[in-house]
Design a protein around this ligand. Structure first.
Ligand code: GRF
Length: 218
């Protein structure tokens, strides 16, 4: 497909969301393809996933740069050289500067393991358990400079079950991250998402058929 959206993925570690995006891009008629994977961590397992899929990789180690601005400039140059249209953060553990995000306005996406705006930050699943919520989940959103904020494109909810700890809950949420990240990317690539201020309008996509209630009351 020649007109498909060119995606750059930024990672720092395991890369299971990267894998979900790689797998989605391999499916027939998927309207996006990954042209570059960049890691700030030379040891990120996700680099191997990209190489196995025949995708170009680059390591841009933040420790090689004196400040965030110069690190982000290096990311920017590498993404532009590869002709990237849209950037997907997938477990990328660096905050991007406002200057970088201005240059990629509404073209940087992230996945976060909570139903934003609840539970921003590094320990979303633990915070959800501690708050005693009955539904947890994940969010794909457009990235703004403030951590874990920006117009929400897609969310999935999962129940918090008796006996859950942060690891069991994280695993249940992660399964849904792997569903909604490709879904959100597809909607973007198909031009079915309109960003207006703080809100992403996804009216062009069919809504979910039902609500999830936990506990069910049975
Ligand atoms: C995911 O839980 C994602 O939501 C968060 O970091 C984790 C990355 O996992 N931002 P992986 O590297 O994609 O496996």
């Amino acid at each position: 497909m020649t007109s498909s959206l060119k995606v750059g993925v930024l990672i720092s570690g395991r890369g299971s969301n990267l894998q979900a995006l790689i797998d989605a891009c391999k499916t027939a008629n998927f309207p996006a393809r990954i042209v570059l994977v960049i890691s700030n961590n030379p040891d990120a397992a996700g680099l191997g996933r990209a190489e196995a899929a025949g995708i170009a990789t680059a390591v841009i180690d933040h420790r090689d740069y004196p400040d965030r601005r110069s690190f982000d400039d290096a990311l920017d140059g590498s993404l532009r050289a590869a002709g990237v249209d849209t950037v997907c953060l997938a477990g990328f553990m660096r905050l991007l500067t406002a200057a970088f995000l201005d240059g990629w306005h509404n073209r940087v996406l992230n996945v976060h393991p909570s139903l934003l705006p609840a539970f921003k930050g590094m320990h979303a699943q633990r915070d959800a358990i501690e708050a005693g919520v009955k539904l947890a989940g994940c969010t794909v959103h457009v990235v703004r400079p403030e951590m874990d904020s920006g117009p929400i494109i897609a969310q999935a909810a999962v129940p918090v079950l008796a006996g859950d700890d942060e690891n069991t809950l994280a695993a249940r949420i992660l399964e849904m991250e792997h569903v909604i990240y490709p879904l959100a990317l597809r909607l973007i690539a198909e031009g079915r998402v309109t960003i207006a201020g703080t809100v992403a309008d996804t009216a062009g996509a069919a809504p979910a058929p039902s609500a999830l209630i936990n506990p069910s009351g049975q």
